[in-house]
Design a binder for this molecule. Structure first.
Ligand SMILES: Cc1ncc(COP(=O)(O)O)c(C=O)c1O
Length: 340
């Protein structure tokens, strides 16, 4: 058996999704004439009560566009130190926006209003100007941990009071919402912009949506264009994204059950030093042996996982992982860690 737990980005479109994509009505989206792209943007914006949406090729692009929307050169972005925008976007904040990062060491990837307050620079000529806070939900490096609305409210109030823009890197926001059962509309009220990924747990092949005000979306279109992200008959992709938003949100809880099962088995094994608290579909394990070696041993048993750091191995459950696959993993994991 082969079980791909490398990431939730590895999913293949389902037959139903492919059929919707193949029959999608298309047009030239650079002229805003693609009905399928327009439908996806409206649907996504409607979910969060935002005025508009912008379909982009990737979550990296929606985040990079958002950073440029809310900052000027020599500004600073406040975020948790493990954030995707800081660690995994090739330094795009500096390259694209000309800004610095003020990283905060959070708890399992999460930060508080109090910490943001301590990291907001005083305004003078020598500090970069703090102008944007980015919250990641769920937190990838935090092991899929999530914020609740009650944790976001004080952050949003702080940002409003201190004239800081607030962007949500919601690449996996639907995993968080599946866990908390909170209403996306309530989340939309707190953020200036939200980025959601269609090609992670939701299972679409490509794409991410940036959501925000009409004014922000107009400017975001220009920024997407200058980054080379203006796509033509993109509706073929957007149709898959809309299908995913409409059909694959509720099932995310299954992925969470699968991740919890894996964590249960892993927690008692020799060579497993610790497991980050498992809240959604990500299991991050601290291992005694070099993570690359553990990943190779897993591969020999047909399990793909990622070495996140020298001593961290990450497993991610998703749409294409069945309960039979999880049972198989639970059976063979003890042997992998016993090096049998
Ligand atoms: C939290 C988070 N934000 C943004 C992204 C970027 O998405 P993409 O791979 O579509 O650029 C990822 C990708 O893994 C992510 O985990």
């Amino acid at each position: 058996m082969y079980v791909n737990l490398l990431s939730d980005t590895v999913t293949m479109p389902t037959e139903a999704m492919k059929s919707v994509m193949m029959n999608a009505e298309l047009g030239d989206d650079v002229f805003e004439q693609d009905p399928s792209v327009n439908a996806l943007q409206e649907y996504g914006a409607g979910l969060f009560g935002m005025e508009g949406g912008l379909f982009c090729p990737s979550g990296t692009m929606t985040n990079q566009v958002a950073i440029q929307l809310h900052t000027g050169r020599t500004d600073a972005v406040i975020c948790e130190e493990g954030s995707h925008i800081y660690q995994y976007e090739t330094g795009g904040y500096a390259y694209n926006a000309g800004v610095a990062i003020t990283p905060i060491r959070g708890t399992n990837g999460k930060i508080t209003a109090d910490q943001i307050d301590r990291h907001t620079h005083p305004q003078n000529d020598w500090y970069p100007r703090s102008s944007l806070v980015v919250i990641e939900n769920t937190c990838n490096k935090g092991g899929g941990s999530y914020y609740t609305l009650s944790e976001i409210e004080p952050i949003a109030s702080y940002c409003r009071e201190h004239n800081l823009a607030l962007h949500l890197d919601g690449a996996r926001i639907f995993n968080a919402l599946a866990a908390t059962r909170e209403d996306p509309l309530a989340w939309g009220r707190h953020f200036d912009t939200i980025s959601i990924c269609l090609s992670k747990g939701l299972g679409a092949p490509v794409g991410s949506l940036l959501l925000g005000s009409k004014k922000h979306m107009q400017e975001a279109r220009r920024l997407r264009k200058v980054m080379g992200g203006g796509m033509r008959q993109a509706g073929i992709l957007a149709a898959g994204g809309l299908y995913a938003l409409q059909h694959h949100r509720d099932r995310l809880v299954e992925d969470h059950v699968h991740a919890a099962k894996l964590a249960d088995v892993l927690s008692g094994l020799p060579g497993v030093r610790a497991i980050r608290p498992v809240a959604t579909n990500i299991v991050i394990v601290e291992v005694d042996d070099p993570a690359n070696e553990v990943v190779q041993r897993l591969a020999k048993k047909g399990i793909a996982a990622a070495a996140m750091a020298n001593d961290l191995v990450r497993f991610v459950t998703h749409l294409d992982v069945t309960s039979e696959m999880i049972d198989y993993c639970c059976d063979v994991l003890p042997a992998v860690f016993n090096r049998a």
